[in-house]
Design a protein around this ligand. Structure first.
Ligand SMILES: [Zn+2]
Length: 146
């Protein structure tokens, strides 16, 4: 690939990348890029940019005050569902929960597990009982003499 600025050949390089994303300044180190040796013009692949912005998005989301232990109200807000849904999911065992006093509490990790489609700990395995016994034929070998 040739430099857009000076038409010199561009080379694979790693650079630092300063990013301001939703008010957060982040510097990525060793970001793969194409860099012009002559003028220093740098091109980042769109996938790299996407990855970085996703990363920052995730970081910001993770940094938002999400308590490890949540009330039903917080869990509902976290999953963007109604509190009633949280109660039902707890009742069904989809979300492991504990009663502290008379208040229901759920762990953030349980909600994360639910989102990541991990199987719920409750045993809901229904294995059909199929008899695997083949009929044994006790046919006596009869010899036919000449
Ligand atoms: Zn150049």
């Amino acid at each position: 690939m040739k430099c857009r600025e000076c038409r010199a050949e561009m080379r694979e390089a790693v650079t630092d990348f300063d990013l301001v994303w939703k008010g957060h300044a982040v510097t990525f180190h060793d970001v793969p890029a194409l860099k012009c040796e002559k003028c220093g013009y740098t091109v980042y692949r769109s996938q790299v940019i996407d990855l970085m912005s996703d990363f920052v998005d995730a970081k910001i989301a993770a940094n938002q005050e999400v308590p490890e232990v949540m009330t039903v109200e917080e869990a509902a807000a976290f999953l963007k569902v109604s509190e009633q849904t949280i109660y039902s999911l707890c009742k069904l065992g989809q979300i492991p929960s504990a009663k502290v006093g008379n208040q229901l509490r759920v762990l953030k990790q349980s909600l994360m597990d639910l989102l990541s489609n991990k199987p719920a700990p409750s045993a809901t395995t229904a294995t059909p009982a199929t008899p695997a016994t083949a009929p044994t034929e006790g046919s006596e070998g009869s010899r036919n003499g000449t």
